[in-house]
Design a protein around this ligand. Structure first.
Ligand code: UDP
Length: 413
C-alpha cells in the first residue's frame, strides 16, 4: 500500500478528482496558510483541521494550525456568543466581553509574527475572530470561516462581532441562509469528512464485537445512537424522549455518546441533565468518551441500526455525514446543515419533535429493506458531496481566485 494520501484518496474518489487537486495546488506551491481555532480536540472544526493540514501539506502548500489559549471567563464568553449567535436572546456581560478581547489580544501577540507573515490566515468561528484587530502589519489575506448557524442571531451580539469580522478579506459559510450581509466577498463551502480517518475507515467485525461487549450492548436488539457533544442544541433530552416513545412499540437500546470539547464549559451540566432524564434505565447507555475515541465512535456508528441527530440548531453536523458514510439512514432535526444531508425519505428522515423521531424509528425498524436502501443512498450522497477531497478543492479554488482574481484568465498546468 502507498503512503501517499493522494494515492489512497484516488482509490475512493477516482483519478480525475485527485489530478484536479494537484493542478489547483500547483500555483499555490509554498503558500503559507495558517488556520486558527479554539480547540485541538472535540467538535467538528478540530475534526476537519486534523485531516486537512496533512493533505494541504502533501499538495505542496505550507500549512499550519494554531489554537488560541483562553481562560474560564473567555470560554464562558465564547459559549454565550455561540449560543446567542445561534438565536438565544441573552446579554453577554461586559466584563466577559472585555476578557474575550484581552485574550484575543494576548494570543495575537503570541502568534503575531506567524500570522502577519502568512499568505492566508483562516480564522475559524468567533473565538479567535478578533486576532485580525491586533495584527495591523498583516500582509496576507485573512478569511473568517464561520461554521455555526448565524441565520437568526441575537442582533446585539452579531452587531458587536460584525465590527470585527467586517475588515476580513472574505468569509466562508456552510449554508447561504447562514450568511450575514458583509462588505467583503462571501463564499459558500460545505464541510467534509475524511474516509481515511480512524473515525471513518472500515473496521473488522471483531472490533465491532469488542465494542458491543465493552458497553454491555445486546447484539440481538436494535440500537439507535446519537454521537454528540453534550450541548443543548443537540437535544439529548429530546432523543431520550423519542427513545422512550419508540420503545413502547419495539425492543430497543439507546446509545448517547459524547465527550467534552475543551472550549465548551456547558457540557457537564447538559450531561448531568441527560443522566437525570435517563433515570438509570438499563437500555439507555450514556457514554462519556475521551477525546481520542475515534475508533470507538466509528464502531458505535457501525453497530447502530439507525443514527439520530436530533439537533435544534446545527451548523452542518459531521456526525450525520459520518453515519451516512457508514450506510446508516439518519433521523435528523430539520435544521441547518442537517437539511443538506438528510433528504427526507431518501437518505433518512427530517423531524421536528421527539414524537416525529419516534415514529420514524418505528417505521425504519419495521421496514428493514428501507434501512438498507436509504443507507446505500446515504453513502453515495456523501461520496459525491461531502468528502475531504471536494472540501480541499474548494479551499484551493478560493485561494487561487483570491490571489489571481484580477487576472482575466488563470492558466493551470
Ligand atoms: N465527536 C467526537 N467525540 C465525541 C463527540 C463528537 O469525536 O464525543 C466528533 C464527531 O464524531 C464529529 C465531531 O466531533 O466528527 C462533531 O462535529 P459536528 O459537526 O457533528 O458537531 P459540533 O460538535 O461541531 O457542533
Amino acid at each position: 500500500m502507498t503512503d501517499l494520501l493522494l494515492d489512497r484518496y484516488q482509490e475512493i474518489v477516482g483519478e480525475d478528482v485527485v489530478n484536479n487537486l494537484r493542478q489547483l495546488a500547483e500555483p499555490l506551491r509554498g503558500t503559507k496558510v495558517v488556520h486558527v481555532n479554539s480547540t485541538r480536540e472535540g467538535g467538528g472544526v478540530a475534526e476537519i483541521l486534523h485531516r486537512m493540514i496533512p493533505l494541504k501539506q502533501e499538495l505542496g502548500l505550507d500549512p499550519s494550525w494554531e489554537v488560541i489559549v483562553g481562560d474560564a471567563e473567555f470560554y464562558q464568553c465564547t459559549k454565550y456568543m455561540h449560543n446567542t449567535l445561534q438565536g438565544n436572546r441573552f446579554e453577554i456581560p461586559q466584563p466577559l466581553l472585555r476578557r474575550y478581547e484581552e485574550i484575543n489580544q494576548e494570543n495575537a501577540e503570541r502568534l503575531r509574527r506567524q500570522l502577519e507573515e502568512a499568505d492566508f490566515v483562516f480564522i475559524h468561528d468567533p473565538q479567535p475572530a478578533l486576532l485580525l484587530n491586533w495584527c495591523p502589519e498583516r500582509r496576507g489575506k485573512w478569511i473568517w470561516r464561520c461554521h455555526i448557524d448565524v441565520s437568526r442571531p441575537y442582533r446585539p451580539v452579531w452587531k458587536y462581532l460584525r465590527s470585527y469580522v467586517e475588515p476580513y478579506d472574505a468569509s466562508i459559510w456552510s449554508l447561504a441562509e447562514f450568511a450575514q450581509p458583509l462588505y467583503h466577498p462571501l463564499y459558500l463551502i460545505r464541510p467534509s469528512i475524511d474516509p481515511l480517518s480512524e473515525k471513518n475507515i472500515e473496521l473488522q467485525d471483531s472490533e465491532l464485537q469488542e465494542v458491543l461487549e465493552r458497553f454491555g450492548l445486546d447484539p440481538d436488539r436494535p440500537i439507535i445512537a446519537q454521537i454528540s457533544r453534550f450541548d443543548r442544541f443537540k437535544d439529548p433530552l429530546g432523543v431520550i424522549q423519542a427513545f422512550r416513545l419508540a420503545k413502547t412499540f419495539t425492543a430497543l437500546q439507546l446509545v448517547l455518546a459524547g465527550g467534552g470539547a475543551t472550549d465548551d464549559p456547558e457540557g457537564e451540566e447538559v450531561l448531568a441533565e441527560a443522566r437525570a432524564a435517563a433515570m438509570d434505565e438499563p437500555d439507555i447507555h450514556i457514554l462519556l468518551l475521551p477525546s481520542d475515541a475515534h475508533r470507538t465512535i466509528n464502531a458505535l456508528q457501525r453497530i447502530s441500526d439507525i443514527v439520530v441527530q436530533k439537533s435544534t440548531k446545527e451548523g452542518f453536523g459531521l456526525t450525520v455525514t459520518e453515519a451516512m458514510w457508514k450506510g446508516k439512514p439518519v433521523i435528523g432535526g430539520e435544521v441547518g446543515g442537517i437539511r443538506l444531508q438528510v433528504h427526507n425519505h431518501h437518505t433518512g428522515f427530517l423531524v421536528n419533535t421527539p414524537e416525529g423521531a419516534a415514529l420514524r424509528i418505528r417505521y425504519l425498524l419495521t421496514h428493514r429493506d428501507k434501512v438498507e436502501e436509504m443507507g446505500q443512498k446515504a453513502h453515495k450522497f456523501v461520496l459525491e458531496n461531502f468528502l475531504i477531497t471536494r472540501h480541499v478543492r474548494e479551499y484551493l479554488t478560493l485561494m487561487v481566485a483570491i490571489l489571481k482574481g484580477t487576472e482575466e484568465r488563470i492558466e493551470l498546468q
